[in-house]
Design a protein around this ligand. Structure first.
Ligand SMILES: Nc1nc2c(ncn2[C@@H]2O[C@H](COP(=O)(O)OP(=O)(O)OP(=O)(O)O)[C@@H](O)[C@H]2O)c(=O)[nH]1
Ligand SMILES: [Mg+2]
Ligand SMILES: [Zn+2]
Length: 323
């Protein structure tokens, strides 16, 4: 396998690159305006900001790009190729702005560590962001060795994540790794998202069979992680396919994610049209509502909270555009 084959290159990426001068590469990591890029001839460091206009798309981990030589043996980004999927969240530092996390993931893996209770609101938020990206979603339950009946946790997760594949793993014992590998078949890319300390990097090390990513014990008191991983990084697996490791995020804010919301709460969305007031029904006691009473009340409450959050965001953006 060439380096780009192991990162999942296909004919469509090669054809897209032919419209440009430079050679094809995939962004493995971004660090202060510099990208680490894999090409068919190995790694190159590429500066992303010089020569590029302000409104050019800034490359992120997972992007397919073309690179051209610059002065002194260095390279620059020529073009970020059109993305197939994009994981975006609300910028935690600025309420009404988007932050791009990972491009071209085929599957977003929402990781939960079974050393803590499943937090439905948190898990569902990650699923909204995952579905919105355009990728498939998998819920990966880690640390199953700490539970007597992980299959019960899997059932619970499946009820909170309709449409998602649920995978139960115990990375330190090598359990469940085949199910993860199955997600990567055909050179696919899996992006891991989840809070700090849930075991994202440990899963990658187990799949690679080497300590490629640093890991660290969670705090004894509350099982919180220590934010060990600090950069988003794409890692190719020896067996093909690739995984993006990401720094832990406690609670993810969805961004412009109406489609993601509908997918993450598919059972609610499926009934939505049948309410008498259809689009205008908030399922809170309106006459002839098809949703209230027919779905899990906790899921409905959290769905409505997220819908309100997204509606606020839309208003804020509309206000800004008018200025
Ligand atoms: N018992 C058990 N512990 C695990 C398992 N997987 C990971 N851990 C432990 O959980 C702790 C945190 O794991 P990491 O892989 O560093 O977690 P992370 O999600 O990458 O955390 P951040 O990089 O901070 O986002 C480490 O002490 C791991 O050894 C598992 O399958 N079983
Ligand atoms: Mg990590
Ligand atoms: Zn209704």
């Amino acid at each position: 396998m060439t380096p780009l084959e192991s990162l999942g290159v296909d004919q469509r990426w090669r054809e897209l690159a032919q419209h440009h001068q430079g050679r094809l590469g995939r962004v493995v990591r971004v660090d202060r305006g510099e990208c680490e890029v894999m090409t068919d001839d190995g790694h190159v460091r590429v500066s992303s900001d010089s020569l590029r206009a302000q409104d050019d798309v800034a490359p992120v981990t997972g992007d397919w790009i073309t690179v051209v030589p610059d002065l002194d043996d260095s390279h620059v980004v020529e073009q970020v190729l059109e993305r197939r999927t994009l994981v975006v969240r609300r910028d935690p530092a600025e309420h009404a702005r988007a932050q791009t996390l990972v491009a071209n993931a085929d599957v977003v893996g929402v990781v939960h560590g079974l050393d803590r209770r499943i937090n439905p609101a948190q898990l569902e938020r990650f699923c909204v962001v995952g579905w919105q990206s355009g990728a498939a979603v998998a819920v990966i339950l880690a640390k199953a060795d700490l539970r007597h009946h992980p299959e019960r946790d899997a059932e619970k997760a499946a009820a909170l994540a309709p449409g998602a594949t649920v995978v139960v793993t115990a990375a330190l014992r090598g359990e469940g790794l085949d199910d993860l590998t199955a997600l990567l078949e055909g050179g696919r890319t899996l992006a891991l998202l989840g809070p700090s300390g849930v075991g994202k990097s440990t899963l990658i090390n187990a799949l690679v069979g080497d300590e490629v990513q640093a890991t660290q014990e969670v705090r004894a008191g509350d099982a919180r992680g220590r934010h060990t991983t600090i950069a988003r990084r794409l890692i190719a697996l020896p067996s093909g396919g690739s995984i993006v490791d990401t720094p832990g995020i406690r609670a993810v804010g969805p961004w412009d994610a109406w489609e993601g919301l509908a997918a993450a709460y598919a059972e609610i969305d499926a009934l939505d049209d049948e309410c008498r007031f259809a689009e205008d029904c908030w399922h809170q006691g309106e006459p002839d509502c098809a949703v209230a009473g027919n779905v899990d009340p906790g899921r409905l409450r959290r769905y409505l909270e997220l819908a309100e959050e997204l509606a606020d965001q839309d208003l804020e953006l509309a206000r800004r555009r008018r200025k």
